[in-house]
Every structure is written in structure tokens, then in C-alpha cells.
Design a binder for this molecule. Sequence first.
Ligand SMILES: *Cc1c(COP(=O)(O)O)cnc(C)c1O
Length: 351
Amino acid sequence: MKVKIKDLPTIKINKNNLFENLTIISKKAKDINKIAVVLKDNAYGHGLEEMAKLTSEYGIKKAVVRDLREAHIIKDYFSEILVLAQTDFKELIHSYSHTFHIVLNSVEHIEKLPQNIKVHIKVNSGMNRNGIEQNELESCIYGLLKKNIQICGVMTHYKNADTLGSEYYVQKQHFNHTKFITNKLCEELSIPTPMFHSCNSAGLFRCENFDEDMARVGIASYGYLDDNNVFDFPKLKPVLSLWASRISTRELKENESVGYGGTYTTDKKITISTYDLGYGNGFQRINENQEYFTRDGYRVLGRVSMDNLSLNTNDNEVCIFDDARNLAKIHNTISYEIVTSLSPFIKKVIE
Ligand SMILES: *Cc1c(COP(=O)(O)O)cnc(C)c1O
């Protein structure tokens, strides 16, 4: 039995692919300054700070995160950071920075917000998740102005931008009316009109002629604008690949089993190795009725353990995947969940 000193699993970030995706996105938005790269949840598993550094190096000036913790980590890389879902309003008093734009998700939050901050009002247009209702817009604007809060943006979010059907257009029309009401109120109150934004990745690429002030682009930056042949979406390139290192190797005879539960049994003599990756790193267990093959065609044998999995090879380093779509299919989920589940503790290497 050969034993190797344990390396850590590694996420490799392909800078060229990222930059190619950002070029395609910039062209679609017609202005690089209109792109806000969505870096929430550890940049969809790609590494918050690494992706902030790279996207700002490319020239992106705006970012979107989930909360203040993430906003502070990337503060030095962007001139505007939209914070989607800060729920601890006390923290907002203590650690607000003038580059942070806070999303207002509910009328109830107005009284909890500190004075003099920058806010984007989210208006519910049919997703029924977060946001105020259109008929609350007027009282909401008054409430914010009373607290000297700057209304920098009015936004909405699509529930169905990536699926065929009319709902995307229904929401778009609803948001057009939101724009109309906002413009009218701002004129009456002699306050500057805020920026308007509604598009996520799929929303942006479904626009025939993008004309809003900003687009919030997440998954497309990472290379996964799902190409379902319905829309003429561009071919993007996955940015992340996941690598594991060999821990140990052994020979198995015919009719021996591998791992917990012994769910895989050999049908001939084979060489197998264990690699330093498991569900503890966010690489989920694979359903026993499914077969998963790595990029180079090695099969995951038996159950994935917490810190290990077994493959029919003895390569020292194996690319577990460089396209999350295959795994997404096996897990009956979407590429977003596969990459976002990866542990933030996995080492990142930029290539
Ligand atoms: C996550 C998120 C996005 C980005 O969506 P993608 O489909 O990854 O482009 C945009 N806007 C809001 C409000 C979000 O929560």
C-alpha cells in the first residue's frame, strides 16, 4: 500500500474563462459600468475575495452580496456594493460604509434603518419573496426621506427569466409601471430619480435591447447560463474546477466492496485510490442508482465519505469536475447548488 502525505482539495479558478464570460456580459449590457457582479454566498462557492479581486481587475465597479459581513471583505475592490438581505439592523449602525447600498425588502424595515444611508427599494413584481408592494411605494419613499435616507435605486427580481413563457413579460410590465410611478413621485418631490434594475443573468440575456441602469449578474459570470436551447443564450465557460489529491492506493480482487455500506462490489481485479474530498467539503454523496465519472472518466466507487471518496485510478491529482452541470443532473438540482455548496475552506488557486 502506497501512502501519500495529505494535500488539501483545491478549487482552480480559470481566469481566462472568467474574463471571456465578463466580456460577453459587458457586450450584452453595452456598458461595463452597468454590471454588478453577484458575489453572494462566497461568490457561488468560487471564493469571495478571489472573485472580487479578479472581477475588479477586469474593470467591474459594482458588486452584490448577501450581507455586511461579505460587503466588508470586498470593500476595497468596488465603488458600489449592493447588500441584498441584511437582517441585523444594529450592525448596520456600527459598520456602514458609504459605498454600501442596502436593499429594502419590507416596509417594516424602514423604522429599523439608521439615518443617512443609501437604499435600493425592492418592489415585488410577482416572485412574492421579498420587496414592498407597488402600492406601498409612495408611503415608502416618504418614510425613507423623513429619515434622510438616500433612495439610490428601485429594483425587482424575476422568478422565471430562464424559462419560456409570458411571466417574465408580466413582471417586466409591472416593473415598467413601478418606474413610471417612481419617476412621477421623484419629480413631484424634486429628488433625483434612482437607478432602476431588474435583470439577473437570464433576465439580461433575454432582453432584446438592455436599457436599464444596472444588471445583477451572478451565474453567467461563473459560466453557467443554462443553455436549454429555448433561448439564444451565448456559450459561456465554467470558471471553477474541483481537484482532489490521492491519499492511498490498493488492489482489490473480484467481489470485494468499497466504502461505507459496501455498496460497490468489484466485478474484476482493480486498482483503487482514495482522494481527500467528501461531503465535509461540500461534495455531496451520490445516489446509489447513479454513476458519476470525473472529467477524465474515473468512476466514484461506493459511497462518498465525509473526507474521502474512491476512484478507479492512482493518479496523484484528479479533476473531480470542471463543469457542474453533470453533477447537477445526477443530484437532480441546478449548477448553482453544486458550486455554492462547496466549502469556503477549500484552497483556491487562480490559473
Ligand atoms: C442571486 C441574485 C441575482 C443573481 O442571479 P443569477 O441568476 O445568478 O444571475 C440577482 N438578483 C438578486 C436579487 C439575487 O438574489
